[in-house]
Design a protein around this ligand. Structure first.
Ligand code: GLU
Length: 467
């Protein structure tokens, strides 16, 4: 599909929802447009001494709230259109889950496996330096995070480069998804995948909605296929399995596999580590076509890789009743319409993968407050709970063992608080969107865009226009 334009696809969803909003076209155009688009090129000195020109982008889509926020992607798919689309999705995503940031995205167009670790470090640091020079990085202006092809290590380099150039007491808040010793927050790595699980679980708990799909309420026993075993896909699958769902299919770069009896995720991960491939794992049925399994029999399909995976060619054959968009933009506008026509419930990316940025928000708050969540209150909570348990012991003939006391009187630490904040966010946002969906008789994606348009528009409406 050579004429695929990702930003255009995002805007099609936006336009569908805009019809339900009260705002005039000028304001809608301002919400849609990308405020700043920065194309960076710089030379990389390769390990063998040769020079390679590297292309990178950073797009700040909307400044209605600051800082702007969004990951940095290292992939051959990166270009201006992709970065603009992903930045726009960040704006809508943050608005949907009430995370007070504008949207941004960055990317570097490389096949990362072709570069050594030292080269990746030089690329990351030089890109960071270029962002700083143009004020595209800072705790109050633009705050990156990991995305496809990047992780905590790269974010650590971003911070270190920023710190070398700026004397800023809040330097740690210039990037999220960092390693814990560099100001990261516990639970960030697994946050997007865990958020996907909370979102799908919430959808499955709605009896009325499940009845419409011809499914039993609850996640227990539901089969699912996942595309992508990266950070998001792996953690989503792991949480779904812990929640009672059964993994029956996996799609990866090298091919796809299916087993209606269930796939052991941890054993598969080990097998892939050893052999470099998922193909040939246990008794699974293998398909050379790496997207074939997306059309296999299952209740829930979770694309957790890149954009443009469910399109007009494969959508008619997709059997899943629930599509959980863990990736950004996995479904084209045409596929969205086909799947909707078939009666599927599409849980859209702009809601479902918002767990990552939600926990990034918690990390940023931690960095600005310079204190770990739970540090002040954990002990106090524990002693209060102990006092209450002692009163219960005094007025009843029940005595608690030290082990029971330990469990019942446990105060919340950083990991518990982050997880609780994430769960609360995902549940609230789902019900807000589902309510909007029913009120206007629209789908969840349109509801998510509508919710975002309302929340962003109200701020633009109140902003002064300066000469
Ligand atoms: N890259 C992630 C996303 O697409 C996280 C962004 C962030 O935490 O800023 O949502």
């Amino acid at each position: 599909m050579s004429d695929y334009e990702f930003f255009d696809q995002v805007n099609k969803g936006f336009d569908r929802a805009a019809k339900y909003s009260e705002y005039d076209q000028g304001l809608l155009d301002q919400i849609k447009i990308c405020n700043n688009v920065y194309h960076i090129t710089f030379p990389l000195e390769r390990d063998d001494g040769s020079i390679k020109v590297i292309h990178g982008w950073r797009v700040e889509h909307s400044h209605h709230k600051l800082p702007t926020k969004g990951g940095i992607r290292f992939s051959t798919t990166v270009n201006e259109d992709e970065t603009m689309a992903l930045a726009a999705l960040m704006t809508y995503k943050c608005a949907v889950v009430d995370v007070p940031f504008g949207g941004a995205k960055g990317g570097i167009k490389i096949e990362r496996s072709e570069y050594s670790d030292a080269e990746i470090e030089r690329i990351t640091r030089r890109y960071t330096y270029e962002l700083i020079k143009k004020d595209f990085l800072g705790p109050g202006s633009d705050v990156p995070a990991p995305d496809y092809g990047t992780g905590a290590r790269e974010m650590g380099w971003v911070l270190d480069t920023y710190r070398q150039l700026k004397s800023d007491i809040n330097a740690e808040a210039c990037v999220t998804g960092k390693p814990i010793p560099q100001g990261g927050v516990r639970g960030r790595t697994e946050a997007t995948g865990r958020g996907v699980y909370f979102g799908v679980r919430e959808a499955c708990q709605n009896k009325e909605d499940m009845k419409e799909l011809g499914l039993e309420p609850g996640l227990e026993g539901k089969t699912f296929v996942i595309q992508g075993l990266g950070n998001v896909g792996y953690h989503a699958a792991q949480n779904m399995i812990q929640g009672g769902a059964v993994l029956v299919g996996v799609a990866e770069i090298e091919g796809s596999i299916y087993d209606s009896g269930g796939i052991d995720l941890e054993a598969l991960m080990e097998y892939r580590d050893e052999t470099g491939s998922i193909m040939g794992f246990n008794d699974t049925k293998a398909f050379e076509d790496n997207t074939a399994v997306l059309k296999a029999e299952c209740d829930i399909l979770i694309p957790a890789a890149l954009e443009n995976q469910l399109h007009a060619d494969n959508a008619p054959d997709i059997k899943a009743k629930i599509i959980g968009e863990a990736a950004n933009g996995p479904t084209t506008d045409e596929a969205h319409n086909i799947l909707k026509e078939k009666g599927a419930l599409i849980i859209p990316d702009s809601y479902l993968n918002a767990g990552g940025v939600t926990v990034s928000y918690f990390e940023w708050l931690k960095n600005l407050s310079h204190v770990r969540f739970g540090r002040m209150e954990k002990r106090f909570e524990e002693s209060s709970y102990r006092k209450i348990l002692n009163v219960i012991e005094n007025i009843s003939d029940r005595t608690f063992t030290e082990e029971e006391m330990g469990v019942l009187a446990q105060g919340a630490d950083e990991k518990d608080l982050v997880d609780s904040g994430l769960e609360e966010t995902m549940i609230n946002a789902y019900n807000e969107l589902n309510e909007l969906r029913k009120r206007h008789d629209i789908d969840l994606r349109t509801a998510a865009f509508l919710s975002a348009i309302d929340k962003v528009g109200i701020i633009y409406n109140q902003m002064g226009i300066f000469p």
